[in-house]
Design a protein around this ligand. Structure first.
Ligand code: ADP
Length: 491
């Protein structure tokens, strides 16, 4: 659709150029050659150096060639203006390396706009002599030039972006109209000045340059402010996360410590008064809490090491299935009723990697699967070849991660539920450790899918750290299905 439109505008515009040229008023140009070339040169400069204005989160380019091109139309007629606009846009577009179809489209679009503006100017009595009576024809022709040009470009852009055409055209209408009219309003001024002395015409470049300079400075300021605001926002988020983290860590460290002390104190006080069985169950409970405490401290140390990048890699050739088996074996005692399902493609080749780190990543992913899914559900671990390496998927049947949180779960200290009263322990460090550790061994972790039916995380590893594909190709391992599922969850 967009292509057909661009083609049609190009053909109509270029088709108009021929008949227009036959109407070129060479006598008028000959009578005032220097003025013509001066205006044409200024139109070219205007096309080469558009004014860049900050516009919400974007930038808008305003071509100042209109001022001088429109002045050519008023003084030398439509055909002369069409040539000036066409030549200026060809030179500027070619110098800026635009593609040929774009250059031809621009020429076509300018020609149609100029032809429409010229026709209106003549139809309502505009002449080459500027006088107060020319005010209405000038205003009408300028408005037509702007409108046709804006609509022709806007329709093309809306079609190319697949946006509703009318909404696209209206979105920027007043902003565009205001700046366009300001530039066009300078055209008769250019002619009146030229009538007095051609030497004065270049003076008109001063307000244009001033606007240029002002716009550039304000654009830089806007960008600077946006960068500062972003940095400040990041700083705030980090500081909030750190506060949360301190609160969580102190809570998490204190909870197991308090219960260990509770069990030990009871044992000391009651001693033999407790039966053998009860005494043993107290010791086992204290031992479990000790484990929890150790894990937390290990995670904090792991983060400290990762951030300091002090640990060298220990590479060896390993079977990922064996590592997954070990992880499952270790975590089975804490899997309250969960079942594990290991599905590795038979004959999956070995991988050269750091097995302790792979073990750590898989442990974290499987532990999360256990923590965030109800007991008596299944945790599946699959292994298969993918994109020059191996992908391991850890899938659970839990309630999923809220869509708004999905973009943040790999951030340091991020927790979906950071309240101290949450039912499962955690620090918000697990996935951050997974991410950093996988990067250290040339791999990547990602959220493959998360919805009400469950969550699936992926870990991709290259066959060997030194293999050419060792840096994970993002498009291979960050499938769009994440977005699809995110959208499904939000519905
Ligand atoms: P935590 O120590 O809190 O588990 P993680 O970094 O491991 O920290 O995970 C960050 C957050 O992502 C968790 O707070 C949790 O809410 C969410 N999350 C991680 N894995 C899962 C999962 N398998 N299912 C649901 N939510 C998960």
């Amino acid at each position: 659709m967009a292509r057909a439109y661009v083609g049609a505008v190009t053909v109509v515009g270029l088709g108009l150029l021929g008949p227009l040229l036959t109407r070129l008023d060479l006598d008028a140009i000959a009578a005032n050659t220097i003025c013509f070339w001066l205006l044409a040169a200024l139109a070219l400069i205007g096309e080469l150096f558009p004014i860049t204005l900050p516009r919400e989160s974007n930038v808008e380019e305003i071509g100042t060639s209109t001022t001088f091109g429109f002045a050519v139309l008023l003084a030398f007629g439509t055909a002369a203006a069409a040539i000036v606009f066409a030549a200026a846009t060809i030179v500027a577009d070619v110098l800026y390396g635009k593609r040929p179809f774009k250059v031809l489209f621009n020429v076509g679009q300018y020609t149609i706009s100029v032809a429409a503006a010229g026709a209106v100017y003549e139809a309502i009595g505009g002449t080459a002599d500027i006088s107060p009576a020319s005010l209405i024809p000038i205003f009408a022709a300028a408005a037509v030039l702007f409108l046709v040009n804006d609509v022709l470009t806007g329709v093309g852009l809306a079609l190319a972006r697949g946006e509703p055409i009318v909404r696209y055209l209206l979105a920027d209408f007043w902003f565009q109209a205001g700046t366009a009219m300001a530039l066009v309003a300078m055209s008769p001024v250019a002619l009146i000045v030229a009538d007095r002395s051609l030497l004065l015409v270049p003076l008109l470049a001063v307000p244009v340059i001033a606007a240029h300079w002002g716009a550039t400075t304000s654009l830089e300021n806007t960008r600077l402010v946006a960068r500062l605001e972003y940095a400040l926002e990041q700083e705030k988020i980090l500081s909030r996360m750190k506060d949360d983290f301190v609160a969580v860590v102190s809570h998490e460290l204190r909870t197991p410590l308090t219960s260990i002390q509770g069990y030990l104190k009871t044992l000391l006080q009651l001693g033999p008064g407790l039966g053998d069985e009860q005494g043993r169950s107290f010791l086992e409970a204290a031992d479990r809490q000790g484990d929890r405490l150790r894990r937390l401290i290990e995670q904090l140390l792991a983060v400290a090491k990762l951030e300091a990048k002090v640990e060298p890699l220990q590479l060896s050739v390993v079977s990922l299935e064996e590592i997954a088996d070990d992880v499952v074996l270790e975590l089975t005692p804490s899997a309250h009723g969960h079942t594990f399902d290991l599905r590795f493609r038979p004959g999956l080749p070995l991988v050269e990697t750091d097995d302790a780190r792979v073990h750590q990543i898989l442990s974290n992913l499987v532990e999360n699967a256990l923590k965030y899914s109800p007991p008596d559900t299944r945790v599946t671990i699959r292994g298969q070849e993918r994109g020059g390496g191996v992908a391991i998927m850890v899938e659970d049947e839990g309630g999923g991660i809220p869509v708004a949180a999905q973009d943040h779960i790999f951030e340091r200290f991020f927790q979906v539920d950071s309240s101290a009263t949450r039912s499962v322990g955690g620090t918000g460090l697990g996935l951050y450790i997974c991410k950093k550790t996988s990067e250290a061994i040339g791999g990547r972790v990602w959220l493959e899918r998360s919805n009400r039916e469950g969550t699936s995380f992926g870990l991709w590893l290259p066959w060997a750290l030194s293999s050419p594909e060792a840096i994970a190709p993002a498009e291979l391992i960050a499938p769009e299905s994440v977005q699809e599922h995110a959208a499904a969850l939000s519905r």
